[in-house]
Design a binder for this molecule. Structure first.
Ligand SMILES: C[S@@+](CC[C@H](N)C(=O)[O-])C[C@H]1O[C@@H](n2cnc3c(N)ncnc32)[C@H](O)[C@@H]1O
Length: 293
């Protein structure tokens, strides 16, 4: 079966059986589910990628993806094309207000012996969420004169994780276009961004020192050795998974949260969450949970 010379965007050429095999493979390996209405995007993305590398046989490409070395490399590129990376700095203000007003005071105030603050951004895309979290925490520490604790006795880390290597490479560079930051408040721009040119702005090293990025598949989170996180942000990620997978991921995220830690999800992203160890944090327009035991 070959790709026609016509525009890949306007024709559907893959037979249903093979398309279903792709849907199954993606769900099995990444947990991401492509329902009927997103299968056109799946098919055209595969076609465009095949054109890019001069492959024209669908079945052949499907087998190629299964090969050990080259297939693995190609798989990672394809996954990057099939995932949605939309993100922005200070994306969901109610969740950030919750962080400032409830979570950080609960973790810091009255606890001068804190030794570490460990934050995860699961599904961090190109890094904007990670740097936003680092900026908000840094501001909080400045406002409450807690920066001294941080430098003397407490280590802080904000770790961004994503399945897309291409997104992580952008995140690590920490360089963003003016159009990506024009909505960021002046006080953050002044403190945390350095102008590199008219178009490019880089996150300052004093913030980057707290920030780490690492590849991961949220389905394999059980294998991640770092535990006892204080805060996990997982926003605009779970919507791409089936209910069963969401439940499994949620269970795994909770296992990586320390007792007393907080899990912040996208507001309205998943419904009917119940977990014996979790207590809902009541906060307008945000969806968050406190791990009570
Ligand atoms: C829409 S972005 C959300 C970015 C950020 N959390 C935000 O809210 O702005 C979703 C991210 O989840 C990542 N993702 C999708 N499936 C994943 C998986 N199985 N493991 C890890 N990351 C995944 C995608 O690569 C993408 O960068």
């Amino acid at each position: 079966m070959n790709i026609s010379n016509d525009s890949a965007l306007t024709i559907r050429k893959m037979d249903n059986e093979l398309l279903n095999s792709w849907v199954d493979l993606l769900e099995k390996r990444t947990g991401i589910y492509f329902p009927k209405e997103r299968q056109y995007f799946l098919e055209t993305s595969i076609i465009l990628r095949m054109k890019e590398i001069n492959r024209d046989d669908f079945t052949d490409y499907f087998h190629f993806i299964h090969q050990e070395k080259e297939g693995q490399d190609e798989w990672l590129i394809l996954v990057d094309r099939l995932t949605i990376h939309e993100t922005r700095f200070f994306r969901h203000q109610p969740s950030l207000n919750l962080l400032k007003e409830i979570i950080l005071p609960a973790l810091f105030v009255g606890n001068n012996n804190r030794k570490s603050l460990k934050i995860w951004s699961a599904g961090c895309s190109t890094g904007e969420e990670v740097y936003t979290l680092a900026m908000v925490v840094d501001q909080f520490l400045q406002n409450y004169n807690l920066k001294k604790i941080l430098s003397e006795q407490c280590s802080m880390s904000v770790t961004g994780m994503d399945i897309s290597l291409a997104s992580l490479a952008i995140a690590k560079k920490a360089v963003y276009k003016h159009r990506n930051i024009h909505h960021v408040k002046e006080k953050y721009l002044e403190q945390y961004f350095i102008k590199q040119s008219d178009k490019n702005f880089k996150i300052v090293d004093s913030l980057r020192q707290y920030v780490f990025f690492t590849p991961f598949n949220i389905m394999d989170i059980k294998n991640i050795v770092i535990h006892s996180m204080d805060i996990i942000f997982c926003q605009n990620v779970l919507i791409y998974f089936t209910k069963d997978k969401q439940k499994k991921i949620l269970q795994n995220l909770v296992e990586h949260l320390r007792t007393g830690g907080y899990l912040v999800l996208g507001a309205g992203e998943i419904l009917n969450i119940s977990h014996v160890d979790l207590e809902k944090v009541i906060y307008l327009n945000a969806l968050a949970f406190h791990r009570k035991k």
